[in-house]
Write a protein that binds this ligand. Structure first.
Ligand SMILES: Cc1cc2nc3c(=O)[nH]c(=O)nc-3n(C[C@H](O)[C@H](O)[C@H](O)COP(=O)(O)OP(=O)(O)OC[C@H]3O[C@@H](n4cnc5c(N)ncnc54)[C@H](O)[C@@H]3O)c2cc1C
Length: 466
C-alpha cells in the first residue's frame, strides 16, 4: 500500500510547482501563515474585495501539505456544532443562518466555474446511514426530530426508509438514513492547487518551505526573513501548536483514511452512490466515505490525540490502523471483502475546546484567524475566508454578524483546553468508552441492558466534555 501525502496528491494533475522561499524581509498589508484552504480562501476574497492589497502567504511546507490536501473531500454546507450555535436564536434568524451554511457548496461551485478549477465537484448530497445496528437508527431519528424542531424541513434533511436507502446505497444492514442535499464531494488537492494558482493570478505571493518560527501583532518571523504587515492571519488549523499561544485554543487530532483500488462497474452497480453522494455510517467511529471520479471508495474514520498535543508527521498507517478501517469498510460493504487497498494516509485537524469553529477578528492587534473546524473544514474554510476578508476590510455584513464570529482577542474570547495530563486523560477515557460502545453495539448478540449501558456511558462522557 502506498503512503504518499494522500491519494489526492498522487494525482498526475497535481504539479509540484517550485515556489520561492521567503529569503528577505518584506512589508505587506496582509501576511497569512499557512497555504491550506483557510489561508487561500482568505487571500482570494481579500483580493476580490480590494485588488490593491498586498498579500503574502508564508507556508512551512507547500500548498496543501496540511489537512487541505489530505481530507475525505466532503464539502459540507454546514459547520460542526451548528445546532448548538444556532439553538438560542429566534426561528427566522436560525433559518436564515442555516440557508447561509447550506449555500456554501454553491458558492464554491461558482468560484470553481469562474476560476476554471476542475476538482471533480459533484453535489450529490450526503447520506448518514443506520447501517450496522439498531441504535444508529434511534440516534438518527432523534437528530432528525431535533432538526425539524429547530425549523429544518424535509427538503433539507429527509428520512430514507430502507428501500429508499438501498436505491442510493446498498449497505449490509440498511435500517434507514438521513439524506441531505447540502453537500458536495471534491478531489481536495485539485481544489488547493486551483486556488493557489487563482490567488497568484490575482497578485498574491506564496512562499513555501518557510516555517514561521515566531509571530506577534504586525510581524511574523522565519529563519530567513521577517514579514511586517498591518494584518497577520494565522491559518494553520491542526498545526496551531506550531505557533506560540495558539495551541491553547486548538489541539491537533488525527484522522486516517484508506482508498481502494478502482472498483469495477458491476460492483458499483450493487453498491450505488451513483450521484457521488458522500456517505457516513452514523456511529461514534466518525466514518466518512466518497466514491471518487476514478471509481475508488475512499473511507476514513476517527483517529487519535497525542499527549502534549504533539503533531503526527508520519502517516504510514500501522497494520492495526489499516485493519480497523478495512473491518468497518467490509462490515458496511460485504461485496468489498478482500478488496485491494492502494493508499492509506492521515492528517492533523484542529479541535477547539468549544467543539465549534471560530472566525475571529482582533482589530486592535491586527489579527484575524479561523479554525477549530473539527473535521468539517472543507466547506467551513470557504465561509471563513469570506468572513475574514470582510472583517479585515472593515465591512459589516451578514457574514460578519454570525454566532461563530468573534470580535476581540483570542485570549479573551476563545476557550482554552485544559492543561496536560488532564487533556490526554480525558481523551483516553472518552476513547475507551466510545471504543467499548462500538464493540458492544456491533455485536448483535449483546444483551439489551449491556447495549443501553454502553450508550448511556458514552453519552454522559461526551456531555462531561461540553
Ligand atoms: C484525514 C482528514 C480527513 C478530513 N476529512 C474532511 C472532510 O471530508 N470534510 C471536511 O469538511 N473536513 C475534513 N477534514 C478537515 C479539513 O481537511 C480541514 O479542516 C481543513 O482542510 C483545514 O484547512 P486549513 O487551511 O485551515 O488547515 P490546513 O490545510 O491544515 O493548512 C494549514 C497549513 O499551515 C501550514 N503551517 C503549519 N504551521 C506553520 C508554520 N509555523 N509556518 C508556516 N506554515 C505553517 C501547514 O503546513 C499547512 O499547509 C479532514 C481532515 C483530515 C486530517
Amino acid at each position: 500500500m502506498k503512503t504518499p501525502i494522500s491519494l489526492w496528491m498522487d494525482d498526475p494533475a497535481i504539479q509540484s510547482q517550485a515556489r520561492p522561499r521567503l529569503e528577505s524581509n518584506l512589508s505587506v498589508d496582509v501576511a497569512i501563515i499557512g497555504a491550506g484552504f483557510t489561508g487561500l480562501w482568505t487571500a482570494y476574497y481579500l483580493k476580490k474585495h480590494n485588488p490593491s492589497l498586498t498579500i503574502a502567504i508564508v507556508e512551512a511546507e507547500y500548498a496543501g501539505f496540511g489537512a487541505s490536501g489530505r481530507n475525505g473531500g466532503w464539502l459540507i454546507g454546514g459547520l460542526m456544532g451548528e445546532d448548538q450555535l444556532l439553538s438560542t436564536l429566534p426561528e427566522d434568524e436560525r433559518r436564515n443562518k442555516r440557508q447561509l451554511l447550506f449555500s456554501i457548496p454553491d458558492e464554491v461551485a461558482a468560484v470553481l466555474h469562474q476560476e476554471q478549477i476542475d476538482c471533480h465537484y459533484r453535489k450529490g448530497g450526503v447520506i448518514y446511514a443506520a447501517a450496522r445496528y439498531s441504535e444508529q437508527e434511534v440516534r438518527l431519528r432523534q437528530w432528525l426530530d431535533e432538526l425539524y424542531h429547530t425549523g429544518c424541513t424535509e427538503a433539507d434533511f429527509a428520512w430514507l426508509a430502507p428501500e429508499a436507502l438501498s436505491d442510493k446505497v446498498n449497505v449490509s444492514q440498511g435500517l434507514g438514513a438521513i439524506y441531505s442535499p447540502h453537500c458536495a464531494t471534491i478531489q481536495p488537492a485539485r481544489l488547493v492547487q486551483g486556488l493557489a494558482e487563482a490567488v497568484e493570478r490575482l497578485g498574491v505571493t506564496i512562499y513555501e518551505l518557510s516555517p514561521v518560527t515566531d509571530w506577534q501583532p504586525g510581524r511574523l518571523t522565519t529563519s530567513a526573513g521577517q514579514v511586517e504587515a498591518q494584518w497577520i492571519v494565522p491559518a494553520v488549523e491542526g498545526y496551531a501548536t506550531s505557533l506560540s499561544t495558539l495551541g491553547r485554543y486548538q489541539i491537533p487530532v488525527q484522522s486516517m483514511i484508506v482508498a481502494t483500488a478502482p472498483i469495477g462497474e458491476a460492483i458499483w452497480q450493487s453498491i450505488g452512490l451513483h450521484q457521488g453522494e458522500a456517505f457516513a455510517d452514523n456511529s461514534r467511529m466518525v466514518t466518512y466515505a466518497q466514491r471518487t471520479k476514478d471509481n475508488r471508495l475512499v473511507f476514513g474514520t476517527r483517529g487519535g490525540y497525542r499527549f502534549g498535543s504533539r503533531l503526527r508527521h508520519d502517516f504510514q498507517l500501522s497494520a492495526q490502523e489499516v485493519a480497523e478501517r478495512r473491518t468497518l469498510l467490509e462490515a458496511l460493504f460485504p461485496v468489498l471483502k478482500n478488496i485491494e487497498l492502494t493508499h492509506g494516509w492521515g492528517g492533523n485537524l484542529g479541535m477547539a475546546r468549544a467543539f465549534q469553529p471560530h472566525m475571529l477578528c482582533d482589530e486592535e492587534n491586527g489579527i484575524a484567524l479561523a479554525g477549530g473546524y473539527g473535521g468539517e473544514g472543507v466547506g467551513a474554510s470557504n465561509l471563513a475566508g469570506r468572513t475574514l476578508a470582510e472583517l479585515i476590510t472593515g465591512q459589516t455584513t451578514q457574514l460578519t454578524e454570525q454566532p461563530w464570529v468573534i470580535k476581540g482577542s483570542a485570549s479573551r474570547h476563545l476557550r482554552r483546553w485544559e492543561p496536560e495530563p488532564l487533556r490526554w486523560l480525558g481523551y483516553r477515557l472518552i476513547l475507551a468508552a466510545l471504543s467499548r460502545e462500538e464493540v458492544v453495539l456491533s455485536n448483535l448478540e449483546t444483551s439489551q441492558w449491556r447495549r443501553r449501558l454502553a450508550v448511556v456511558l458514552s453519552d454522559q462522557l461526551e456531555k462531561l466534555m461540553d
